[in-house]
Each structure stands twice: as structure tokens, then as C-alpha cells.
Design a protein around this ligand. Structure first.
Ligand code: UP6
Length: 248
């Protein structure tokens, strides 16, 4: 046996957000997270509506939305998410002391705590810096996909110790395999390109399921930059699911 199935991970899951993600993955037969790196509310909502049926979560960088307005951006986004049954993952990559992260999470104009189902966070601030994320799941940044990243094997080992021991953590972002008790989220996935000329490094869905036993693939430009994002999402969804089945 090569890896745990989503069903087995669902049965073992302790955190309600892990349970929800795995439940949606099984129901939709999808392990796809679309990254919505677009800069207007209209593009964000259009993308959410188009790819919604095929994804388990939409990953946002909410601070790149130029016309952000809680009522006009978040309220309809939440409606689309509940209609198409996907979760909202805010890729904030918090990286500060606990008190500051708590303010960034709860205050400002974005009020991430009010709408995100789960968030990404660096663990560079140490174990207690993650205490504030009580009502969401945390995906810890263990290793990055970009060329020259400082997430060396010794860094990843220490970061993983924090991730595995913190009750708010549901998984990690990494380009390396993780222990099976946490969910593995892998960005840097693209079927057409090997990089973006700005340091990003891409692998195929097949590669990341075969070599890392990843749980969820994160695809940005492969979907939102394609001529037909709906078709691209279906394609990545099918590629991801078949690669998962082949890795069992
Ligand atoms: N992301 C990475 N690599 C990491 C962590 N996060 O690419 O190690 C995020 C980026 C972007 C998305 O911030 O939102 O995943 C990848 O987008 P792309 O598919 O268009 O390259």
C-alpha cells in the first residue's frame, strides 16, 4: 500500500476543516484548489462561479483585489462558495509575532477571520504565533516552490515539528512529502509550463501525486490565465483525480 486514501484520511481527521475538505474531495472526486490571483472583484467572482463546481477550495490573495469592498466582494463570494460547495482558503502567509498576526487576521478591511475557512501561515514566528487562528484551519508553509527558497531540509524539519504539534494546523504547503497525519497542499502545478521566468517552478499533477503523495494540488495561472478557465479546471480536476487513483 502506497498511501492513505481520502476515505482513510477522513476517518482519521481530527479537525473539522480537514473533515470538510476530505468530504468535498470525495463527493466531487476532486483534489483541485484553484488559485484566484486576479485583481478585481468582478474577475474573482466570475472565476469562482466558473470553476466552483470542479474545485474543493478557492485560494485567494485578498489583498491584491484593487476594488475590495467587504459587502461587494466577500458577501457574494461566500454565496458562490456555498452554492458550489467549496471552501475559501486565504493565502495570507502570516509571518509575524502572534499579536500582530491576530490583528492582521481579525482587523483591517479584510477581516479574514469572518470568512476564510482556512489560511496559510509561515511558522517562522514559532508555535505560539499560530494560537490566534482558533476558528479556522491553518496550512503551514513548510517548503516553497520557488527557485532559491530558504526552506532547506533543516528548516523544513523544524517547521514540521511546529506544524505537527499545533492543534490549529491541518496541513502544510510543501514540495516534499509530509507525514500522512497532515494534509499536503502542493502549488507550483502546471501542465503547460516549467516556470514563469520569475522563479516559480512547475510540476505536473502526475508528478506530485506519484513522488510526494500530495493530497491537494493548487493551480493558478494554469486555470485563470487559460482561454477557457472552466474547461481548464475540469482538465486539472480529472488529471489530479486520476493521478491520485494511480498513487493508491
Ligand atoms: N504559492 C506558490 N508556491 C508556494 C506557496 N504558494 O506558488 O510555495 C502560491 C502563489 C500563487 C499560487 O502565491 O498564488 O500558489 C501559484 O500560482 P501559479 O499556479 O499561477 O504559479
Amino acid at each position: 500500500k502506497k498511501r492513505l486514501s481520502y476515505q482513510e484520511k477522513f476517518e482519521n481527521a481530527q479537525h473539522s476543516v480537514s473533515k470538510k475538505l476530505l468530504e468535498i474531495a470525495l463527493a466531487k472526486e476532486s483534489n483541485l484548489i484553484a488559485s484566484a490571483d486576479v485583481t478585481t472583484t468582478q474577475e474573482l467572482l466570475n472565476l469562482a462561479e466558473t470553476v466552483g463546481p470542479h474545485i474543493i477550495a478557492l485560494k485567494t490573495h485578498i489583498d491584491i483585489i484593487s476594488d475590495f469592498d467587504y459587502q461587494k466582494t466577500i458577501i457574494p463570494l461566500k454565496e458562490i462558495a456555498s452554492k458550489h460547495k467549496f471552501l475559501l482558503m486565504e493565502d495570507r502567509k502570516f509571518a509575524d509575532i502572534g499579536n500582530t498576526q491576530e490583528l492582521q487576521f481579525t482587523s483591517g478591511i479584510f477581516k479574514i477571520t469572518d470568512w476564510a475557512d482556512f489560511v496559510t501561515s509561515q511558522v517562522i514566528g514559532g508555535f505560539e504565533s499560530l494560537d490566534c487562528f482558533t476558528n479556522v484551519g491553518v496550512v503551514a508553509i513548510i517548503g516553497m516552490s520557488s527557485k532559491g527558497t530558504l526552506t532547506t531540509s533543516s528548516y523544513r524539519e523544524e517547521a514540521l515539528k511546529i506544524a505537527l504539534s499545533h492543534p490549529n494546523v491541518i496541513g502544510g504547503v510543501s514540495q516534499n512529502a509530509l507525514p500522512e497525519e497532515v494534509l499536503l497542499f502542493t502549488p507550483g502545478v502546471n501542465l503547460a509550463d516549467s516556470g514563469d521566468g520569475k522563479g516559480q517552478q512547475y510540476n505536473t499533477p502526475e508528478h506530485v501525486f506519484k513522488t510526494l503523495h500530495t493530497d491537494f494540488i493548487i493551480v493558478g495561472r494554469g486555470i485563470y490565465k487559460s482561454e477557457n478557465p472552466g474547461e481548464a479546471a475540469i482538465n486539472y480536476k480529472n488529471e489530479g483525480w486520476n493521478a491520485y487513483l494511480a498513487s493508491l
